[in-house]
Design a protein around this ligand. Sequence first.
Ligand SMILES: CC(C)(COP(=O)(O)OP(=O)(O)OC[C@H]1O[C@@H](n2cnc3c(N)ncnc32)[C@H](O)[C@@H]1OP(=O)(O)O)[C@@H](O)C(=O)NCCC(=O)NCCS
Length: 116
Amino acid sequence: MLIRYKKTFEKIAMGLLSFMPTEKDLKKLQLTIKEYETDENLQLFLWKEEDIIGLIGVRMNDEGNSLEIQHVSVNPSHRNQGVGKRMVKSLKDMYPGKQITANENTAPFIEKCDIC
Ligand SMILES: CC(C)(COP(=O)(O)OP(=O)(O)OC[C@H]1O[C@@H](n2cnc3c(N)ncnc32)[C@H](O)[C@@H]1OP(=O)(O)O)[C@@H](O)C(=O)NCCC(=O)NCCS
């Protein structure tokens, strides 16, 4: 299930975010987490099964009618088992009626999820 990020999840969230090709630099990673903590248009979610194994982060557009997926990441030990697609589906269920889009960093995977 998707759970909202909070500060106690910072380490695990940074670990998952670091799998994004754009988040390899530690300074960039710290800045990204800080933005999720402070910018009210950004929302970060973690995917919990028995453990926390995935992350998905979105930006709400100004009108609040669409969400752009900024980050999507799954623990390497749990890949290719549908976790990424389940996270996207749950996000869609959490925001019914909102359009879900990707940015250039997430589009290759999100386009496989049949939601855009
Ligand atoms: C992308 C990612 C989240 C997918 O998670 P996952 O749980 O393994 O995904 P699922 O099991 O739901 O789906 C697997 C499908 O996604 C595809 N896929 C995996 N990574 C992909 C990528 N970077 N770009 C496009 N497709 C990708 C697989 O080839 C597979 O395709 P298929 O359904 O046609 O066989 C995971 O590989 C990851 O964390 N990658 C590192 C972070 C990253 O690069 N994120 C941005 C991706 S654009």
